[in-house]
Design a protein around this ligand. Structure first.
Ligand code: P6P
Length: 354
C-alpha cells in the first residue's frame, strides 16, 4: 500500500496584507500575493490574470448559451478521448488558448480537447517558464439542461530548456509539482477558486463591475461531512469495498448529492464537507476522471483547504507519476475524516493487494 496520505496545505494565505474592510479584486489579490510567491517574476501573476479574463469571456457565453446557437454538439465533435464535444466546449477551449497565447506568459498548454500539447510562440523576447493544463468546460454534457459547469486549470514550471520548445515531460509531472491550481464554476454565480500553495481563496464575479471579487477568504474544508457524492447508478458494478462503503453512508443517513459536474460537486464539498468518489467501473476500469487536469488541480485545492485526495489503491493523488497526458485515475476526495473512513473500508474489504 502506498504511503499514507498526509494533509498538505497551510494554515492559509498570509492574508494580513489583504484588506478586510473593502472590495478586493482578483487582480489586486494576485499582485499583493505575488511577493509571497517563490518565483515572483510576474509571469504567474500574468497567467492567473489571463485565466480570469478567459473565465469572464466564457461566463458571458455560458450565461446566454440558451439564446445563441452555441448549444448542442460541435460539428463532427469528438475530442481525443472520444467524448462528444459540445459547441460551448470548443468555444471555451479556443478562448482559453487565445488568452494564454496573447500574453505569452506560458510556453505551452495542454487541454482535454486537444490530443497533443500546444507550444505557444513567445510574444516578446522574454522566455516563459510555465506550462498550463486545463479542462475548458468540465461537465459540459450538462450545458443543454442548464446545470452548472466548470473550467479546471493547473500550472507547472517547465522542466525543459527555456531556449527550446516545451516537451511532453513538462506536462508529465506529479501533482505535487503544481505551482498553482484552480477552477471557475459557472453556477448561480460565477466563482474562481485558486491556490498557489498558500491556502485557497474564492472570488465571485460581480457582473456590475466585471471583476472577480474576494468572497471566500482562506477556504477550509470541514473535517467531516454528511453527504457523499457518487454515481449510484453504477453501484452494482463497483468493487465490494466501494459497495460496502456506500452501504455505510446510507446506514449513516448521509445525503447523496451528485451533480455530474465534478467542479460543482467539489465546490459544495469544499464548503459543506463530504466525499466525492469516482471508483473504477466496467466502462472506466482505471476511473473516468483525468489525472493531470481534473484530479491533480482539484486535489491540490482540497489538500490546501485541509482535505485529502487518494485513488482507490490508497495512493495520494498528488504523488502519482503520470505516464500519459490524458491518463485517467480513480479518485476519492473530500473531508479528511471521510477519506480516512473510506480508506478503512478499502483496507478491510479489498480483494486486491494494495
Ligand atoms: P458520470 C463530466 O463528464 C465528468 O467528467 C465530471 O465532471 C463528472 O463528475 C463525471 O464526468 C460524471 O461522470 O459517469 O457519472 O456521468
Amino acid at each position: 500500500m502506498a504511503s499514507a496520505t498526509k494533509r498538505s496545505g497551510t494554515s492559509g494565505h498570509s492574508n494580513t496584507s489583504i484588506p478586510g474592510n473593502r472590495i478586493v479584486t482578483l487582480d489586486e489579490f494576485i499582485i499583493r500575493s505575488e511577493k509571497d510567491f517563490e518565483y515572483a517574476t510576474g509571469e504567474l501573476t500574468g497567467l492567473l490574470r489571463d485565466i480570469g479574463v478567459a473565465a469572464k469571456i466564457i461566463n458571458r457565453e455560458v450565461n446566454k448559451a440558451g439564446l445563441v446557437n452555441i448549444l448542442g454538439v460541435a460539428d463532427g465533435g469528438e475530442n481525443q478521448s472520444g467524448d462528444t464535444q459540445q459547441k460551448l466546449d470548443v468555444y471555451a477551449n479556443e478562448k482559453i488558448i487565445e488568452c494564454l497565447q496573447n500574453s505569452g506568459e506560458c510556453c505551452a498548454i495542454a487541454s482535454e480537447e486537444n490530443t497533443d500539447i500546444i507550444n505557444v510562440p513567445p510574444v516578446t523576447s522574454k522566455k516563459s517558464h510555465y506550462v498550463v493544463m486545463f479542462d475548458p468546460l468540465d461537465g459540459s454534457s450538462n450545458i443543454d439542461v442548464n446545470v452548472s459547469v466548470g473550467t479546471i486549470f493547473a500550472i507547472y514550471r517547465r522542466k525543459s530548456d527555456a531556449d527550446g520548445p516545451a516537451t511532453l515531460e513538462d506536462f508529465l509531472q506529479a501533482g505535487t509539482k503544481q505551482v498553482a491550481a484552480g477552477y471557475v464554476l459557472y453556477g448561480t454565480s460565477t466563482i474562481l477558486v485558486y491556490t498557489t500553495g498558500r491556502g485557497v481563496n474564492g472570488f465571485t464575479l460581480d457582473p456590475s463591475i466585471g471583476e472577480f471579487c474576494l468572497s471566500h477568504r482562506n477556504m477550509r474544508i470541514p473535517e467531516n461531512g454528511s453527504n457523499y457524492s457518487v454515481n449510484q447508478g453504477y453501484y452494482s458494478k463497483f468493487d465490494l469495498e466501494m459497495r460496502r462503503y456506500i452501504d455505510h453512508c446510507s446506514d449513516q443517513n448521509y445525503g447523496l448529492r451528485y451533480i455530474g459536474s465534478m467542479v460543482s460537486d467539489i465546490h459544495r464539498i469544499l464548503i459543506h464537507g463530504g466525499i466525492f468518489l469516482y471508483p473504477s467501473t466496467r466502462k472506466y476500469p482505471k476511473g473516468k476522471l483525468r489525472l493531470l487536469y481534473e484530479c491533480n488541480p482539484l486535489s491540490m485545492l482540497v489538500e490546501q483547504a485541509g482535505g485529502k485526495a487518494i485513488n482507490t489503491q490508497l495512493k495520494r493523488i498528488l504523488d502519482m507519476e503520470p505516464a500519459e497526458l490524458h491518463q485517467r485515475s480513480t479518485i476519492a476526495i473530500g473531508s479528511p475524516a471521510m477519506v480516512d473512513e473510506l480508506q478503512a473500508f478499502i483496507e478491510r474489504y479489498s480483494a486486491l493487494p494494495l
